[in-house]
Ligand binder design. Structure first.
Ligand code: PLP
Length: 360
């Protein structure tokens, strides 16, 4: 039996968004970021659909191993690198490239078993202060890594932007300048930009760009949507109405009775809740689409159910389709209402939600 809550993954949209990234990259290579189950869209589905990408970026070893086990041949970069000699050996055996951001990783490579050969990306902390070597030691780490027998050819260079979601941020320009100043004179491949960097700063393109969120049709910017950026949402989260009840003025809806009806109205109950990954903090007023018409959620989100004010669609009946985000309703808008970001919504789809692919 199919479950009512489904995430529809639009393969055509994924391909379109990759072309949009290609166009914006104007010649830079594309490392498609597919960590966290391809931002909740399904790792293998996305990797197969985006086979034209020049490489894939993953966070952790298991994600890289899953891609190789499925037959993906493209370069795969582990964006957090390896944490132990066992991981290093697995990365080597499966031809996974590694980001090197910490001294213990350099020491591990220097002590790697003879014959170990991997491609390494050395990461500069240009101002985000998360992963990477600070400018004061970067040149010395570069020399050590370049001289390391376990590292193939030239070491590639990268950094990550902290503020690329803010289109006019001065800090982005500062980080790009720090990266350029500290990598000048080194003949190596370079990578700076995530989706925001790619769409917002031509000077961040370098040799490789690393788009994630835009491939899924979501804008990296805080103040617009994927559609504004020429993207198409790749995930539509949908369910069905399972009840429609007529309630009276003054009736309270759901746990805590936080929503009080100001008149007699039809209330729909849809089969989705925080147990499926719908945000519990979505307040009354958050839009959903009932058979394509925008209706506000009312009362608290519960584990399996939400309640919906059906006055904008008074003919709605049990079985009708309810869209939580995606086609016709940007995840960015729902996320803003719920006090979060679309990244979190799409990566938190729960295991009990069914997936279906569409390619129309
Ligand atoms: C190192 C690195 N590069 C690229 C990305 C992709 O970022 P975005 O999804 O904002 O395009 C991420 C994601 O967080 C990342 O950690």
């Amino acid at each position: 039996m199919t479950r009512p809550a489904r995430a529809l993954i639009d393969l055509k949209a994924l391909r379109h968004n990759l072309s949009r990234a290609r166009e914006a990259a104007s010649g830079a290579k594309i490392m498609a970021v597919v960590k966290a189950n391809a931002y909740g869209h399904g790792l293998l589905t996305v990797a197969r659909t985006l086979a034209q990408a020049d490489a894939f970026g993953v966070a952790r070893l298991d994600e890289g191993l899953a891609l190789r086990a499925a037959g993906v041949q493209a370069p795969i970069v582990m964006l957090s690198g390896v944490e132990s000699i066992q991981e290093l050996e697995q990365a080597r055996d499966q031809r996974l490239d590694i980001v090197v951001h910490s001294e213990h990783q350099i020491a591990m490579l220097e002590g790697a078993p003879p014959g170990t050969r991997l491609k390494a990306w050395l990461k500069l902390d240009s101002g985000m202060h998360r992963l990477g070597f600070p400018p004061t030691v970067f040149a010395r780490k570069y020399i050590r890594l370049s001289e390391c027998a376990a590292v193939i050819d030239t070491v590639a260079l990268m950094t990550h932007l902290a503020d690329a979601d803010l289109p006019r941020s001065k800090r982005v320009a500062e980080q790009i300048a720090v990266f350029e100043a500290n990598t000048r004179g080194i003949s190596a491949e370079r990578s700076i930009a995530n989706s925001g960097g790619l769409l917002g700063w031509t000077e961040a393109r370098a040799d490789w760009v690393r788009p994630g969120i835009m491939l899924y049709g979501i804008s990296p910017f805080a103040d617009d949507t994927g559609t504004d950026q020429g993207l198409v949402p790749a995930m539509t989260l949908e369910t069905r109405l399972i009840a429609v009840n007529q309630v009276e003025r003054g009736d309270r809806i759901g746990y805590g009775g936080t929503y009080i009806c100001d008149q007699s109205m039809p209330i729909g109950v849809a089969a989705i809740g925080y147990g499926d990954g719908y945000p519990r903090h979505a307040p009354s007023g958050t839009p959903v689409l009932v058979e394509g018409l925008r209706c506000p959620l009312v009362g608290r989100v519960s584990m399996d159910l939400i309640s919906i004010d059906l006055r904008p669609n008074p003919k709605a009946k049990p079985g009708d389709r309810v869209v939580l985000w995606g086609e016709g309703l940007p995840a960015e808008e729902v996320a803003a209402q719920a006090g979060t970001i679309a990244y979190e919504l799409i990566t938190r789809i729960a295991p009990r939600v069914d997936y279906a692919e569409i390619d129309a």
